[in-house]
Design a protein around this ligand. Structure first.
Ligand code: FES
Length: 317
C-alpha cells in the first residue's frame, strides 16, 4: 500500500547501540496507521540546515500493524543528512512528514522456501519478514553477517525461537560460506539479500554462478550508494530552468529543492522510477538499474544517485 501525507509522531527513541537508534512512531490522534507489508519502507521528509532530507527506512514492526511503526536508523559517520537529524535532533513528541512508499522488497507470497541473507543493519527488512505469516508458513532461514557483538543488539527483534536465525562474523569458523549455503538450497527457494554493496554483489554472483533463476533472487542495497560529489548545473530542456546541484546533495534532491516533483520510489538507484532522459552532457552512473549498454550510451540517468561527469547536464525535463 502507498500512503502519502502522513504525520508521524515520535513516541519513543531508544539507542540500542552507539550508532543504532530505534524509533517508535504513531499518529498524532491515535487513529490507525496505514497497514504495511513485510519489507516496506517509510519515507521521512526532514528539514536540515538549509535543505530538506528525504530518507527511506525499512519498517521492522509486524506487517499490517496499525498502532505503531518501528524503524532502526544507523548513524552514518559522515552524515550531515537524515541519519544525523534522527540521531542528534529528533525528540519524543516531534512530528515528521512521511509517506509509506511502494514496497520494493516484499517476500514472494507464492514461495514455499525463503532464504534471507543480511549484512549488518540490512537485517531490518527481514525483521518484518520473520513476522509475515507467508514467510512463517514456509521453510525459511535468516543468515546475518555482522559484528559478533551485534547479535545481542538485534536479539530482542527476533522471534523467541531463534533456530532459523544464524549469525556470522569475521572469525575462523564463523564466516558465512555463501556459495556453499546457496548450493544446498532446494530448487524452489527464493533468495533475498539486503546489505552493503560488497555483500550483495557476492551473493548475486554466487547465485548466478550456481544457475539460480533470476526471478527467485531479490536484493536491496542498504545505504551503499554515495550521492554527493562535485557540483554541477542541471539544465531542464523543456522549461529552460537551470538548477545548481551542490556537492552534498543528489540531483533528485536539487530538483526537489526547486519545487519539482520527479517520480521516485527507492531513492537508491534500484527501482527505475526516477529514470530521466539526458540530452547533453555525460552522466556519472551510480545506479543498479540501467544496463551496461544504457550506461555506455549515456542517454538516460537515475537522478536519485547519479551525477554529471562535467560541469553540466541537459535533461529531458
Ligand atoms: S528512485 Fe528508484 S532508481 Fe531512482
Amino acid at each position: 500500500m502507498i500512503a502519502t501525507g502522513l504525520k508521524l509522531q515520535v513516541r519513543a527513541l531508544n539507542d540500542i547501540a552507539p550508532s543504532l537508534r530505534h524509533l517508535s512512531l504513531g499518529t498524532l490522534d491515535g487513529t490507525p496507521l496505514p497497514p504495511n507489508g513485510a519489507g516496506a519502507h517509510v519515507l521521512f521528509t526532514l528539514p536540515g540546515q538549509g535543505r530538506i532530507h528525504r530518507n527511506a527506512y525499512s519498517l521492522v514492526n509486524a506487517p499490517g500493524s496499525r498502532g505503531q511503526y518501528d524503524i532502526i536508523v544507523r548513524r552514518v559517520p559522515t552524515s550531515r543528512g537524515g541519519s544525523a537529524t534522527v540521531h542528534e535532533r529528533l525528540k519524543v513528541g516531534d512530528v515528521i512528514d512521511a509517506q509509506l512508499s511502494a514496497n520494493m522488497f516484499p517476500p514472494q507470497r507464492s514461495a514455499r522456501q525463503h532464504l534471507m541473507i543480511a549484512g549488518g543493519i540490512g537485517i531490518t527488512p527481514f525483521l518484518s519478514y520473520l513476522k509475515d505469516v507467508g514467510v512463517q508458513a514456509g521453510e525459511h532461514a535468516l543468515h546475518v553477517c555482522c559484528r559478533e557483538s551485534e547479535q545481542a543488539v538485534f536479539a530482542p527483534w527476533l522471534p523467541t525461537d531463534k533456530s532459523k536465525v544464524f549469525f556470522h562474523w569475521n572469525a575462523d569458523g564463523h564466516r558465512l560460506d555463501i556459495p556453499a549455503l546457496l548450493a544446498e538450497q532446494a530448487a524452489c527457494t527464493h533468495l533475498y539479500v539486503c546489505g552493503p554493496s560488497d555483500l550483495n554483489q557476492s551473493v548475486l554472483a554466487a547465485a548466478k554462478a550456481l544457475g539460480w533463476p533470476a526471478n527467485q533472487v531479490h536484493s536491496e542495497l542498504f545505504g551503499g550508494v554515495a550521492s554527493g560529489g562535485a557540483s554541477f548545473e542541471a539544465v531542464l530542456q523543456k522549461s529552460g530552468q537551470r538548477v545548481q546541484v551542490g556537492e552534498d546533495e543528489s540531483l533528485l534532491e536539487a530538483l526537489e529543492r526547486e519545487g519539482l516533483t520527479p517520480h521516485c520510489l527507492c531513492r537508491g538507484g534500484a527501482c527505475g522510477a526516477c529514470l530521466t532522459g539526458v540530452i547533453a552532457g555525460e552522466p556519472e552512473h551510480r545506479d543498479h538499474f540501467l544496463s551496461a549498454a544504457d550506461k555506455a550510451q549515456g542517454h538516460l540517468i537515475m537522478p536519485c544517485v547519479s551525477r554529471a561527469r562535467g560541469p553540466s547536464l541537459v535533461l529531458d525535463l
